[in-house]
Design a protein around this ligand. Structure first.
Ligand code: TYD
Ligand code: MG
Length: 473
């Protein structure tokens, strides 16, 4: 038998090196590289051969794009917020990787989904590699789901798991909690290494594809938000979902990062309660609850998450800096977007923010990625700078271009409809987006650029006018 050479793999991103080194060139992680034995050659010998050694290949038929193909058969979980993210239910034979911080509620969500599917008369198997069967049962009792016919086991050996699953009819849904605890005898590395995680995932995915079971792999997330170790697994699965939220809030957001069978911009919103995760069908009301309307520095953005409008509050604090380089800190928004908005306010509206520390926060622990939030962020900044509270019944929509111009956002009528439903009566909108068809269900200020935005806020209070006049020198 040929000697198998060892390689060195980064345990964080999976990059492979010929020798050990302290820092991974691919992901920049320190001390993440560990020695591993090279993966065994695949059955059938897919190891690279010389051009002369190529055996004759099998001929397979090629097909056209038209033709009949079955619609992906789905199994709805019955949890509407979860089905929204998967695109209507779990697809048979597909694999979902569910990532999230420890303690965020992945096991709870999956137990609730398992119970719902099992109660509809389908076979569901839940394999926990982290908790004993007793612990999983205790959780089910707490969720008042102990009567659901879910089949449980505490196992970590992939070959044993697949052998067990192959007995009897293939389950409709299989949960592996978590992929980092699994190990396969076919792989020589220690459990928890990238090679093991990849090998185990490969075997389980192959099982799902051949048996038609929908498989969900739980993956832990590292401090910097990546699914630990198996970045490689992300490429192998059909969908990657992440479960987010922070300890201080009870909201949990399920987001599809990749989805071969559905949308990737939908989110599912849950609230962690004493008896499990409760669905939040109207998240805007939740994110705006307890809003402080009388203080400067807050603006409400009428956003969209997929097909659903979502209102969130942007909070800004602009304070004189004692540092040579003022601080800019952002939670829930893109820091480079904040730098851009600040630069535009300085260049086109004459504000001087260079002497100020700037903090920006999206309330409720939500992450906003839409460019249309620029106007709300800018309004919150100007409001904090001038000390003028913004009208509490106003929403802000609009992307700010580097020229200072405001750009319209898609689906403005849907955003305004949601805002009107929640009691907002005026909107700040880019003029370019108003098509003259009376698309706005509420009173609006149409603005052309950031100067209009700033002078609109200045007009609100004499104090703001004075503050701006002195800022503009
Ligand atoms: P868990 O699902 O075990 O998280 P994960 O699998 O992502 O690590 O959830 C753990 C947290 O959720 C724990 O801190 C307790 C809390 N929790 C509730 O608040 N209510 C509940 O009904 C349950 C089951 C858990
Ligand atoms: Mg868990």
């Amino acid at each position: 038998m040929a000697k198998r050479s060892n390689s060195f793999a980064c345990q964080s991103c999976g990059a492979v090196y010929g020798r050990w080194q302290g820092r991974c060139d691919a992901c920049g992680g320190w001390n993440t590289i560990a020695e591993e034995s090279a993966p065994p050659p695949l059955p059938g010998g897919s190891a690279p051969r010389g051009p002369g050694g190529r055996t004759k290949g099998r001929v397979f038929p090629l097909e056209g794009l038209t033709g009949s193909s079955m619609d992906a058969p789905r199994v709805p979980s019955g949890i509407a917020e979860l089905d929204r993210v998967t695109g209507g239910g779990f697809v048979r034979g597909s694999v979902i990787l569910l990532g999230g911080d420890p303690g965020i509620g992945k096991s709870t969500l999956l137990m609730q989904a398992c119970a719902a599917v099992a109660k509809s008369g389908r076979r569901v198997v839940y394999i926990s590699g982290e908790e004993a069967v007793g612990q999983v049962r205790l959780r089910a009792e707490r969720l008042a789901l102990a009567d659901a016919p879910v089949e449980l086991a505490s196992e970590t050996n992939v070959e044993d798991i697949i052998a067990t699953l192959s007995q009897g009819g293939a389950p409709t849904l299989v949960i592996i909690d978590s992929i980092q605890t699994m190990w396969s005898e076919a792989v020589e590395s220690a459990p928890g290494t990238v090679t093991q995680v990849r090998g185990s995932a490969q075997a389980l995915i192959r099982y799902a594809k051949t048996s038609g079971s929908a498989l969900i792999l739980v993956g832990h997330v590292t401090k910097d938000g990546q699914i630990a170790g198996p970045r490689v697994v992300e490429h192998m699965v059909d969908a990657v979902a992440s479960f987010e939220g922070d300890g201080a809030h009870h909201f949990r957001i399920l987001r599809a990062v990749k989805n071969r069978f559905g949308p990737t911009d939908e989110i599912g919103v849950f609230e962690m309660t004493g008896t499990g995760l409760a669905e939040v069908p109207n998240p805007s009301a939740l994110f705006l609850a307890g809003r402080d309307t009388g203080s400067p520095g807050t603006a409400v953005f009428a956003g969209m998450e997929g097909t659903r409008p979502l209102l969130v509050e942007f909070q800004a604090l602009v304070a004189p800096s004692s540092l040579g380089t003022p601080r800019r800190a952002v939670v829930g928004w893109d820091p480079s977007r904040l730098s851009m908005v600040i630069a535009v306010l300085e260049a086109h509206a004459g504000l001087r923010l260079g002497q100020y520390d700037v903090y920006l926060n999206v309330a409720g622990g939500l992450k906003i990625t839409e460019p249309a939030a620029d106007a709300a962020a800018a309004a919150a900044l100007v409001s904090s700078l001038t000390g003028a509270p913004l009208p509490p019944d106003r929403v802000y929509i609009g992307e700010i271009a580097l020229t200072g111009a405001l750009r319209p956002a898609a689906q403005t009528p849907a955003r305004l409809k949601e805002a009107a439903k929640l009691g907002f009566s005026t909107a700040f909108l880019p003029r370019a987006g108003l098509d003259g068809r009376g698309s706005s269900p509420m009173r609006h200020d149409a603005a052309g650029d950031v100067t209009d935005l700033v002078s609109g806020i200045a007009a609100l209070a004499p104090r703001a006018r004075r503050a701006l006049a002195s800022e503009r020198g």
